[in-house]
Design a protein around this ligand. Structure first.
Ligand code: DPM
Length: 358
């Protein structure tokens, strides 16, 4: 019973391992961590779970656009430090906030079934009943996502777009209690988890706004060498979601995009086929490169033997067919290469420069 792990002796004399889950302090992060905790509790009734909440630098800097701080891992660094020091064993994140490469020693041990991955419009109460099409000209839409702004500027040129920051609670408050924004755009998944589904007035389909890589899926980050925990969380993997998200992450990685470039995707699994559409945009949406590809991801039950073999864009999924995972990763890389051949690099470099200069 030595070592980095904490054990407790139950009243009946039984000794059980305590698994500690690290979380940010925001309400969304707590809800997401609690939902994974309750899944684990159902699957492993004997395991004792403890939740350790910490605030990260990213939570404290509320005045800088996320697109400027997103790539610096400000939301994840402290939690990874705690993982490294064995202070926690598991950290739950929104997959879309996790970079396509993690620092050495960490891996994504589980990707849970995706919620609705689309973006949603939340209206100021005075605009109830309207849509992005019917809002008055020059209405101000709040979003600090370059991806959302690029696509929506092109699609709805009569509207104006302005940054809005802060966690979900802060944003809804800024929307409702001031007159600065006619509407804001948020991920449907986050709104649903917060219990604010009733505020969604419109879900944006792929013709209006494609979603971010990994959007709507929860990821469980663990120590790459912690075999026990890896095995324990691996049962949370949702195979279709894993395949979709691996193709999306491979696409982003091959483009050398971070979480703060105007890159958007759309994926589907139908039968044994995985479909990926991916696009890159200039900041105003005027330039856009977009293409689609598909691959077969038939499950052949060949699961990989060594953990080393089975890491795809930082995801460890030893219980999913390695040939399906390989195919999904290749799909993302191949689609990115098609767009790179058409000049995607220039579009992204320019977007990044302009954004840094703002
Ligand atoms: C990332 C982006 C945003 C978050 C950029 C993007 C939105 C930033 C903004 C990478 N992370 O989507 O183009 O609107 O200013 C974030 C949210 C969730 C995870 C909130 C949201 C919840 C949904 C999920 C912030 N990260 O996007 O409305 O689990 O996917």
């Amino acid at each position: 019973m030595e070592g980095p792990f904490k054990y407790i002796r139950e009243g009946n004399g039984k000794v059980s391992r305590v698994i500690r889950m690290g979380t940010r302090k925001s309400q969304l992060a707590r809800i997401q961590t609690d939902s994974v905790a309750s899944r684990l509790k159902e699957l492993y009734p004997d395991v004792r779970l403890e939740i350790v909440a910490m605030s990260t630098i990213g939570d404290k800097i509320l005045d800088t656009a996320l697109s400027k701080i997103g790539e610096k891992s400000l939301f994840t660094k402290e939690l990874e430090n705690a993982l490294e020091r064995n202070e926690v064993d598991i950290v739950v994140h929104s997959l879309k906030d996790l970079p396509t490469s993690l620092p050495t020693g960490f891996t994504i041990g589980a990707i849970l079934q995706r919620e609705n991955p689309h973006d949603a419009v939340v209206l100021h109460p005075k605009n109830a009943g309207l849509t992005l099409d019917s809002l008055p000209e020059k209405s101000v839409i709040g979003t600090s996502s370059l991806r959302r702004a690029a696509q929506l500027k092109k699609r709805f040129p009569q509207l104006e777009f302005e940054n809005i920051r802060g966690n979900l609670n802060t944003r809804l408050k800024k929307l409702d209690e001031k007159d600065d924004y006619a509407a804001i755009i948020l991920a449907a998944a986050g709104l649903k988890r917060m219990g604010w589904e009733n505020r969604i007035s419109q879900i944006l389909g792929p013709e209006d706004c494609m979603y971010a890589v990994g959007q709507g899926a929860l990821a469980v980050e663990v120590r790459a060498q912690d075999r026990d925990i890896l095995e324990m969380v691996s049962v949370l993997h949702h195979p279709d979601t894993v395949l979709r998200c691996i193709s999306e992450r491979a696409f982003l990685k091959q483009l050398e995009g971070g979480c703060s470039v105007p890159v958007a995707v759309h994926t589907e699994v139908k039968g044994s086929m995985l479909y990926l559409t991916g696009a890159v945009y200039s900041l105003d949406g005027a330039d856009c490169l977009k293409d689609s590809m598909q691959t077969c991801v038939e499950i052949d039950n060949k699961v990989s033997e060594s953990a080393q073999e089975c890491v795809h864009v930082a995801v460890t999924a030893n219980n999913i067919s390695s040939s399906a995972l390989d195919a999904a990763e290749k799909l993302g890389m191949n689609l990115a290469n098609v767009l790179l051949d058409k000049g995607a690099k220039d579009i992204l470099t320019t977007a990044r420069k302009l954004n840094d200069a703002r």
